[in-house]
Design a protein around this ligand. Structure first.
Ligand code: 13P
Ligand code: SF4
Length: 349
């Protein structure tokens, strides 16, 4: 566990972290993108960290890859690349900087390391996990293979490197249906998200069988929640992430990955939108969609929220925690992720 009191002392000795109007002014361009969701007083506190991190990033030759669920100070203040899991994985293959700081959860950092092993990949809090990734091990994959002999295993990227290595191919929420459809045979095993699998099964020509995992954030949504919002705001556009239960997806106007959701909102520009996903998403895109009024059922991912400006500064200061993957695992895991990227690019071309 990170020793935050001591980390704070050391950071205060090495960086000027006193909030001042000058520091807020020096970052005004970045703040402009987050002004709808961060108060001036909050930004005054964030600005010294934003300045220190952006300077240190240059000194360390580092880039920050940040998931769409990061808090707006990270998303707008320090990220070089933002995106969904698929976009971040593809971007990780292209990074030329020496260091990648992954602002996201552990499986994302592992994926970056697997795809770009010569880079140093840092995660600001190594305990940023994922309820899906911790729901299955390679033994679980073997159990599914024994139960459904010959069926290919499609594992969500929200898995450990060990599980990826034991799988035939990976998928993300952006390409799950595409990947399942590209598999040979009638039956496809999907791990570890039962809801993603059920949502894919509803649209697929294949027989999809699944592992019994769930996302602790999205499984909390229900069709009743949607109906309650609709009763209050009949015109609200309901947008769900495919990790939501099928009853929620059935009520939604659109279902897609976090970036798919952003694209849909840009295209349709509803007056009111209800995002059935992690809470920070709406905050991050509020500025680029000023005419959309977001209802925010605020389910936070406790793992994503472990990543803070303070921990990112510590991570770059101390070059910690470096994510390592045993090459014997990394090689087959990379093959499973690369197959996913190849199938996605081939079937979209
Ligand atoms: P996306 O790939 O849609 O960004 O989802 C990742 C995730 O962890 C959602 O809970
Ligand atoms: Fe995992 Fe759910 Fe958090 Fe995404 S939101 S990292 S799937 S627990």
């Amino acid at each position: 566990m990170l020793d935050l009191p001591n980390i704070r002392l050391e950071l205060a000795e090495c960086y000027d972290l006193t909030p001042t109007a000058e520091k807020a002014e020096a970052t005004a361009g970045l703040y402009a993108r987050a002004a709808r969701v961060i108060s001036p007083a909050e930004w005054m506190m964030a600005a010294p960290y934003v300045l220190a991190i952006n300077k240190l990033k240059r000194e360390r030759n580092a880039v920050i890859l940040a998931h769409n669920y990061m808090t707006p100070d990270i998303y707008h203040g320090i990220a070089d690349v933002v995106g969904d899991s698929l976009q971040l994985a593809v971007k990780a293959t292209e990074v030329e900087a020496e260091v990648i700081v992954q602002c996201g959860v552990h499986f994302m950092a592992e994926t970056s390391k697997i795809l770009n092993p010569s880079r140093r990949v840092l995660i600001p809090d190594v305990e940023a996990g994922c309820s899906l990734a911790s729901s299955i091990t390679a033994a679980g994959v073997a159990e599914m293979r024994a139960k459904y002999p010959g069926a290919p295993v499609v594992s969500y990227v929200n898995t450990t490197a060990e599980v990826k290595a034991a799988s035939d191919i990976c998928c993300t929420s952006a390409n799950a249906l595409q990947i399942v459809e590209a598999m040979e045979g009638d039956t496809v095993i999907m791990t570890p998200d039962r809801y993603l699998a059920q949502n894919v099964a509803a649209q697929s020509s294949k027989r999809v069988v699944w592992w019994d995992g769930a996302c602790m954030v999205h499984e909390l949504y229900s069709a009743e929640d949607v109906r309650a919002y609709r009763a209050d705001q009949p015109e609200v556009a309901v947008i769900a992430h495919p990790e939501c239960p099928p009853e929620v997806v059935a009520e939604a106007d659109f279902t897609g990955s976090t970036s798919g959701i952003i694209d849909w909102l840009h295209k349709h520009k509803p007056r009111q939108a209800l995002l059935m996903t992690e809470c920070s998403m709406a905050s991050n895109i509020a500025d680029e969609l000023p005419d959309v009024d977001f209802a925010r059922p605020c389910n936070l991912c406790p793992h994503m929220k472990r990543i803070t400006l303070e921990k990112v500064l510590w991570s770059l200061h101390n070059m910690t925690t470096e994510v390592m993957v045993d090459p014997a695992i990394a090689e087959p895991a990379r093959a499973a992720v690369q197959r996913m990227i190849d199938v996605t690019q081939r079937t979209r071309a």
